[in-house]
Design a protein around this ligand. Structure first.
Ligand SMILES: Nc1nc2c(ncn2[C@@H]2O[C@H](COP(=O)(O)OP(=O)(O)OP(=O)(O)O)[C@@H](O)[C@H]2O)c(=O)[nH]1
Ligand SMILES: [Mg+2]
Ligand SMILES: [Zn+2]
Length: 374
């Protein structure tokens, strides 16, 4: 035993113990980098306040980020990352296959003035389970937001409608979800009765990583426990009066499942804010949460049509013809506005600069108008 101060040892008979954490698949995807010797490679399986739990498939231990990783331009570790370490120090984060992140409000009175920050929920993920409880949690507009978030991050969404035991005729929710999520698998399950659970195992093939997102109290951790066949995660009651969970899960942990895959359980999300990833304009991405609107948008006269009151807007025509559902168009426009603002914000780095740029743009427009008048 070296200086790693192991928290747990695992029995692993694989030739490359890292493969039980998905190393072989990661390497294949992330291909274009030289990982060097794997003797000092590990995966981040837990995120604590100032430390990380690392695993190399044989041992798990607490490690701390090298000071350098906090510098601008460096990648700070997150749950699911593949890293290089020196004993108890994480020295480098290997290039990510993908990153599931959202915007989170910063400290309102802090020096960042409440600016949106990137919050990473998981990295190097194969499938995202959008978990929605069929109690008071089910909401189509919210599903659309989750789908946009997942597509935005270039990941594969799967909708899991849980607590099916609480609804008679729960199948109707499946149809509704399928309607707003064309092409996305929708699974109806109950962690209480175990109905439908085994179907989810197909996403947990050896080496694959699934991440769970959803509101607090949706039933994410209960689902993990049911799939694991053991109480590996704490679960909490939903408040009877407001129908909301109590944020039982507070940290991000990657759990090795008996099926061979892994699950990253997440704390419940209060508000789904986006964080624009490298892909510009998620709503224009190849996979979209609003394919029917984007299909029609290609026929608009202007390439940058906002589908508000522009002439020859194919989307507005679709709305008039009843091809597009008004609520979905409203959802789409709202998200498009958010995404545009986010892009501008990231361009300007801080909300203060965004406001400055906005004011500058407006004064430019006013000047141009005045010029025209005189
Ligand atoms: N009836 C029923 N209740 C369930 C089911 N799954 C979960 N619950 C209950 O829902 C409540 C919340 O479950 P959790 O698994 O803690 O929810 P969570 O999504 O992990 O919540 P956070 O950790 O706060 O984000 C618990 O009281 C569970 O017993 C189900 O399939 N049927
Ligand atoms: Mg939980
Ligand atoms: Zn249009």
């Amino acid at each position: 035993m070296d200086n790693k101060q192991c928290i747990r040892t695992l029995e692993n008979t694989l030739e490359s113990p890292l493969d039980c954490l998905g190393w072989a698949l990661f390497k294949e995807h992330a291909g274009a980098f030289d990982a060097g010797e794997t003797g000092n490679t590990a995966r981040v399986i837990g995120v604590r306040k100032n430390s990380f739990v690392l695993s190399n498939g044989c041992e798990e231990w607490l490690a701390f980020p090298a000071g350098r990783l906090r510098q601008a331009g460096e990648t700070f570790p997150a749950a699911g990352d593949w890293v290089q370490f020196r004993e108890k120090l994480v020295t480098k984060v290997l290039p990510r296959k993908n990153t599931l992140s959202r915007g989170a409000a910063g400290l309102r009175h802090g020096k960042d003035g409440g600016a949106l920050k990137q919050q990473i929920m998981a990295t190097n993920v194969d499938t995202v389970f959008i978990v929605s409880g069929l109690d008071r949690d089910f909401n189509l507009r919210r599903l659309e937001r989750y789908l946009t978030l997942v597509y935005n991050c270039g990941m594969m969404p799967v909708i899991v409608l849980t607590k099916a035991d609480l609804q008679e005729g729960a199948q109707i929710f499946v149809y509704e979800a399928e309607h707003v999520a064309p092409g996305v698998p929708v699974h109806l399950v109950s962690a209480r009765t175990e109905a439908g659970i085994s179907v989810l195992e197909r996403y947990l093939e050896p080496g694959r990583t699934v991440v769970l997102v959803g509101s607090s109290g949706a039933g994410k951790s209960t689902l993990v426990n049911r799939l694991a066949g053991a109480p590996v995660q704490a679960t909490g009651e939903v408040s009877g009066s407001v129908g909301k969970g109590r944020h039982t899960t507070t940290s991000r942990d990657l759990i090795l499942m008996p099926q061979g895959g892994m699950i990253i359980d997440n704390p419940g999300i209060r508000e789904i804010a986006f964080w624009d990833m490298a892909e510009p304009g998620a709503l224009g991405a190849a996979t979209s949460a609003f394919p029917e609107i984007e299909e029609l948008a290609r026929g608009c006269r202007f390439a940058d049509c906002r589908h508000l009151h522009e002439p020859d807007c194919n989307v507005l025509q679709g709305l008039a013809d009843g091809i597009i559902i008004p609520e979905r168009l409203e959802s789409y426009r709202k998200m498009q506005r958010e995404m545009d603002y986010l892009a501008l914000r990231q361009e300007c780095h801080s909300s203060g600069q965004v406001e400055k740029k906005r004011r500058k743009d407006i004064s430019k427009q006013v000047k141009a108008l005045k010029k025209r008048h005189w």
